[in-house]
Write a protein that binds this ligand. Structure first.
Ligand code: CP
Length: 318
């Protein structure tokens, strides 16, 4: 594997899930493969899980890591070409090139601006990172995608369905939030789930919150949350801002919060969320604290999702 930007960089989703599950059972199987290899972790935006799970994954492979929080620790980075840099100190061209000299794999997180749809959906920033890096790049969440999260999510579903041998209904449900949030988790989850047979996948969201067609084409989408929940085996809750009215939020309708009563419509569904989650805004305490909540398992699987991706890239460097 030469880079990991999206599910399209994976040859077989089934195989990568199986291999991630193997690593969960045997985390130190490849503990020497990363000797003298360094993974650089660069954050343009905050993180708890991604940052620590990637560090842990690198450690399990015997790699060194360094971390840079751009806005906290570094110079102000100029993203635009041809700028007269009176307000910014360093151009992304030099910044990424230099950082890539200091590591063997460069993992980067950079969120969307949520006001320029074309700019975000063309992945302008991440494409510059791919262009200027001299080493393989891993997407730790870009403007439109969060593939390490999605790999951990499908791995979690695989663990409950004997590797998808049991047919199941998965529902991605929009849930309320007070801020406009990126689409990356919802887009990416839809993209990964669509690669797996034996999953009946439904998206439910308020009107004007449909995801971009590229990610939702052919997926049954309903504006009726209760209807979607009937007989569901997995409820994945996530807020996202509007794609149509880009980055806007008009529905702070708490009727869409995931509640114990709504979960009763399901087939004793597991509750999923990528975290961080706002309690009693996105989901009721009663759901998050119930035995059906598998959010911590998802967070744990972030380690092995990152580990299998780093492993594949290191193997391609040897
Ligand atoms: N789910 C996730 O990516 O969490 P962080 O933003 O804390 O990394």
């Amino acid at each position: 594997m030469k880079k990991f930007f999206s599910v399209e960089d994976v040859i077989s989703v089934y195989d990568i899930i199986k291999e991630a599950i193997f690593l969960k059972k045997n985390p130190y199987e490849f503990q020497h493969i990363g000797k003298n290899k360094t993974i650089g972790l660069v954050f343009f935006n905050p993180s708890l899980r991604t940052r620590i799970s990637c560090q842990k994954a690198a450690f399990n492979l015997g790699c060194n890591t360094w971390i840079l929080d751009i806005h906290k620790d570094s110079w102000k980075i100029e993203m635009n070409d041809g700028s007269v840099m009176k307000m910014t100190q360093e151009h992304i061209k030099e910044a990424i090139s230099v950082m890539s000299i200091y590591c063997d794999i460069l993992a980067v997180r950079t969120f969307p601006n949520l006001f320029d749809k074309n700019y975000d959906y063309k992945e302008v920033i991440f494409n510059k990172i791919l262009k200027y890096s001299r080493v393989p790049v891993v997407n730790m969440e870009s403007a439109t995608l969060h593939p390490l999260q999605s790999l951990a999510d499908v791995m979690t579903i695989a663990e409950y369905t004997s590797l998808f041998r049991k047919r199941c209904k998965v529902v991605l449900s929009w849930a309320p939030h007070i801020n406009p949030l990126p689409h990356s988790v919802a887009n990416s989850f839809s993209q990964w789930i669509s690669k797996i047979d034996k999953i009946d996948f439904t998206i439910t969201c308020p009107e004007r919150y449909d995801l971009h067609k590229k990610f939702s084409n052919g997926i049954y989408t309903t504006y009726n949350q209760n209807e979607a929940f009937i007989n569901a085996d997995f409820i994945y809750a996530k807020n996202w801002s509007s794609y149509l009215d880009y980055g806007k939020i008009f529905c702070t309708n708490y009727d869409w919060m995931i509640t114990e009563n709504k979960m009763k419509l399901t087939n004793k569904a597991k509750f999923m969320h990528c975290l961080p989650v706002r309690r009693n805004v996105v989901v009721e305490d009663a759901v998050l604290d119930s035995k059906y909540s598998i959010v911590l398992q998802q967070a744990e699987n972030r380690i092995y999702a990152s580990q299998i991706i780093f492993l594949k890239i290191i193997q391609s460097l040897l």
